[in-house]
Design a protein around this ligand. Structure first.
Ligand SMILES: Nc1nc2c(ncn2[C@@H]2O[C@H](COP(=O)(O)OP(=O)(O)OP(=O)(O)O)[C@@H](O)[C@H]2O)c(=O)[nH]1
Ligand SMILES: [Mg+2]
Length: 210
């Protein structure tokens, strides 16, 4: 690529970013180990119902093989007359797959991302420890894209209904070390606990006071 081409691409991406802002389009990437509930979070948002309230088969685990994209209107997330859409990019939890969306189609997963959900499951301490791997990949790749210069995160502790426990001091230490983690949520896709709070904070973060 020549430098003059690079300038044009940069202008183009500025223009796309302008469209994104004026049309209220935002992008959220969900990462975390397999079976922590990334796809379930998007499903619960989309269906406006906890997994328990959905039919039985919704509780079955169908792992995401590569990537799922889901766009949800803001009005479906919070009771506000705000026009706009959030596109959720939900990737496979297995980073060691020969093909992984975060590595192989980085632009699609990370380009113009507004917020990252770091998801772990309360009954799986490894899923908490493995979050650093995801952050490392994201931080290594982010410079490829012009915006945002700093990736912001929501830390999401799913499966609050389970009996598993992870020491709060450990979680607090990680939050202190990483100021770009804006919030920590304790949620359950099964019971619906914490989902409304997460949705409200999400819309507030992405659309401000609107
Ligand atoms: N107990 C409990 N189970 C949950 C909760 N959320 C999701 N699950 C279950 O956990 C399993 C995995 O959920 P998924 O949403 O598919 O997990 P994922 O993170 O998308 O997994 P991959 O696609 O493999 O990366 C499913 O059987 C869900 O029904 C929760 O809050 N509590
Ligand atoms: Mg999934």
């Amino acid at each position: 690529m020549t430098f003059s081409n690079f300038g044009k691409i940069s202008e183009h991406s500025k223009y796309l970013n302008y469209i994104k802002r004026t049309k209220n389009i935002r992008k959220v990437l969900l990462v975390g180990s397999g079976a922590v509930g990334k796809t379930s979070i998007v499903k619960v948002f989309k269906e406006k119902s906890s997994l328990t309230d959905l039919r039985d088969y919704e509780l079955k685990y169908h792992r995401t093989h590569f990537l799922d994209l889901e766009s949800i209107k803001i009005a479906d997330l919070v009771e506000k007359e705000v026009e706009g859409v959030i596109t959720f990019v939900d990737v496979a939890g297995q980073l060691d797959l020969p093909i992984h969306a975060l590595r192989d189609i980085t632009r699609t997963t990370l380009g113009a991302v507004d917020l990252v959900f770091l998801v772990f499951a309360q009954d799986n301490v490894n899923s908490f420890l493995e979050l650093s791997k995801w952050v490392d990949i994201i931080e290594a790749e982010k410079t490829v894209f012009e915006e945002p210069s700093e990736v912001k995160y929501f830390l999401i502790q799913n499966k609050a209904d389970s009996s598993g426990k992870i020491a709060k001091t450990l979680i607090d230490q990680v939050i202190q070390m990483k100021p770009t983690i804006l919030h920590h949520f304790v949620i359950s896709c099964v019971s619906g606990e914490g989902i409304v709070e997460l949705q409200k904070a999400l819309v507030k973060e992405l659309f401000g006071g609107k």
